[in-house]
Design a protein around this ligand. Structure first.
Ligand SMILES: Nc1ncnc2c1ncn2[C@@H]1O[C@H](COP(=O)(O)OP(=O)(O)OP(=O)(O)O)[C@@H](O)[C@H]1O
Ligand SMILES: [Mg+2]
Length: 507
């Protein structure tokens, strides 16, 4: 019996003239968690898709449990025991949890589960420890729960190799912990988990081995025990990297104009009497846990959700708030769920960025293409978007590069007020630093920045001042320049610091 679950030998892959993978030779063992890391566009998803049968390869060979594969497709891969959970989840939202889990395995009976399927679902759920209800419609589930449905789907198909492409990018720290428990359980059960992620802490905690990729090649594969965060980053980037947060400029003078003023904002989405202000040149963080109302506040200001209370932009009252009005008034908003808030996949990079900002790149209603090109190229350079053509097809961009296009779209119009909800999610460590630098540039340029991040260290380090939020309310204010993560947690919970820090994985 072969020790290897999957073995690749000398695999090359190109799309047209673009070489995406070169000379990939790699084995995934039985019963291991094998992390795959690398910068945005390094080729991780492409490699995963080859193993999962979604992409063909040009040269080289692939064998699964000791047998060379012939005709290779997702179906063939599944029959050989390989399932892939994509960066974009692939469930049918209108169906229930159980229907999705058994989709394609059971005979179609108009979506009604038979008694034995009910029993199978319960057994499966018990084994996974997810506690999902069979009859919930998937559209009503949070992303974390959907992820679980995908995992159950893979296990229901008796997958022995499960490829997970950035499964934790939309999860809270607590949910990620739970997923990691499941991943370890899958490993202990003798299965192979190929784990693609940008969270190096997760790699160090959960993986047995790691393969680092750069520019479509393997830099090295090794036991996790020999690695540190620094060693992983250096291998990914090919050079030592500065992972510290950039220094903040001095906060603006008290005489600086208040560009954003919010008073007594309440909403059906859970906000209760929220008031805050942000001056020109100031970066203000919303410090709270997932569910504390941070994103709801951002959406209410931007007019994405209805709210009561007053908002003033640069001193002017802003009533009848709507996204379209907000863009017109100079508010830029990078929403949390960028995948849903959509890229237009049939369009190129340039219209994807400029479409909401046509007045900026038009004169007398006529598009100034030169200006549009210049601005688009500037954004591509700012965020190091790859491939870097202004007319590139975003549909084929790697996940992280699509994220960067979306981010550009929302800050394209040089807004006066910028609201950033989880701006560095899903991007690699180099892009993260660029985004941090960009946030500081925005403030230096005189914008008022409101920053949200689940990573308390990120929001505290990048903000001059912060508002602590819980249950849709502002608990108080803090000077972030002398606030520690521990202090913030203490003030958010007012309970045992150490235990909470541990629960959040920030200790
Ligand atoms: N179907 C496709 N057609 C053309 N190019 C593609 C296709 N799929 C991937 N690519 C290209 O292959 C390269 C590697 O992309 P891939 O998605 O594998 O990167 P990744 O390492 O997963 O990055 P990320 O961390 O951003 O998700 C990118 O330059 C991408 O544009
Ligand atoms: Mg990817």
């Amino acid at each position: 019996m072969s020790e290897d679950a999957v073995r690749l030998e000398g695999i090359d892959k190109s799309f047209g003239s673009a070489r995406v993978l070169s000379g990939i030779s790699l084995a995934f063992a039985r019963g291991e968690v094998h992390a795959l890391i690398g910068e945005n566009g390094a080729g991780k998803s492409s490699l995963g898709k080859i193993v999962g049968g979604y992409y063909s390869f040009d040269t080289g060979s692939l064998s699964v449990f000791g047998k060379p594969v012939g005709h290779w497709s997702p179906r063939a891969a599944l029959q050989s025991g390989i399932a892939m959970i994509h960066q974009e989840l692939q469930l049918v939202p209108e169906l229930t949890v159980a229907q999705n889990v058994f989709l394609g395995i059971e005979a179609n009976r108009g979506g009604v589960l038979s008694g034995s399927e009910q029993a199978r679902f319960r057994a499966l759920d018990e084994r996974c420890g997810f506690g999902l209800s069979a009859s919930t419609v998937v559209a009503d589930l949070r992303i974390a729960e959907r992820q679980k449905v995908e995992i159950m789907r893979a296990i229901a198909r008796d997958a022995r190799v499960i490829i997970m492409d950035e499964p934790t990018s939309s999860l809270t720290a607590d949910e990620a912990d739970k997923l990691h428990r499941v991943i370890r359980w899958l490993r202990d059960d003798g299965r192979t988990v190929i784990y693609v992620t940008h969270f190096l802490e997760h790699v160090l905690e959960t993986a047995d081995r790691v393969t680092i990729m750069r520019d479509g090649r393997i830099v090295r594969t090794g036991e996790i025990a020999g690695e540190t965060k620094q060693s992983l980053i250096e291998a990914m980037l090919g050079e030592p990297a500065d992972v510290a947060f950039p220094p903040l400029p001095a906060p603006p003078a008290l005489s600086a104009p208040k560009l954003l003023e919010v008073a007594h904002l309440s909403s059906a989405s859970g906000l209760e009497d929220v008031s805050l202000e942000v001056r020109a040149g100031e970066i203000v963080g919303l410090i709270g846990l997932v569910g504390s109302g941070r994103s709801e506040l951002a959406r209410a200001i931007f007019g994405a959700d209805p709210s009561r209370g007053t908002v003033r932009i640069a001193g002017e009252a802003y009533e009848d708030r709507s996204p379209r009005q907000s863009v017109r008034r100079g508010i830029g908003f990078v929403p949390e769920d960028r995948r849903k808030q959509g890229l237009d996949l049939v369009q190129a990079v340039r219209p994807n960025m400029s479409l909401p900002h046509l007045p900026l790149v038009s004169r007398l209603g006529i598009l100034r293409t030169r200006e549009e090109r210049r601005r688009t190229a500037e954004m591509i350079q700012h965020f190091n978007i790859m491939p870097g053509h202004i007319d590139g097809d975003v549909a084929y961009y790697s996940g992280g590069n699509q994220q960067k296009v979306l981010l550009s779209k929302w800050v394209y119009g040089a807004p006066k007020v910028v609201i950033l909800d989880e701006p560095s999610r899903g991007v690699d460590i180099g892009a993260r630093r660029r985004i941090h630098d960009f946030v500081i540039e925005l403030a230096k340029g005189g914008a008022a920045v409101l920053l949200i991040s689940s990573e308390l260290e990120e929001v505290i380090s990048l903000s001059h001042r912060g508002y602590l939020m819980r249950d849709g309310r502002i608990l108080g204010e803090a000077d972030c320049r002398n606030l520690t993560v521990e202090d913030a947690l203490f003030r958010l919970f007012n309970v045992d610091r150490a235990a909470d820090a541990a629960a959040l994985g920030v200790a």
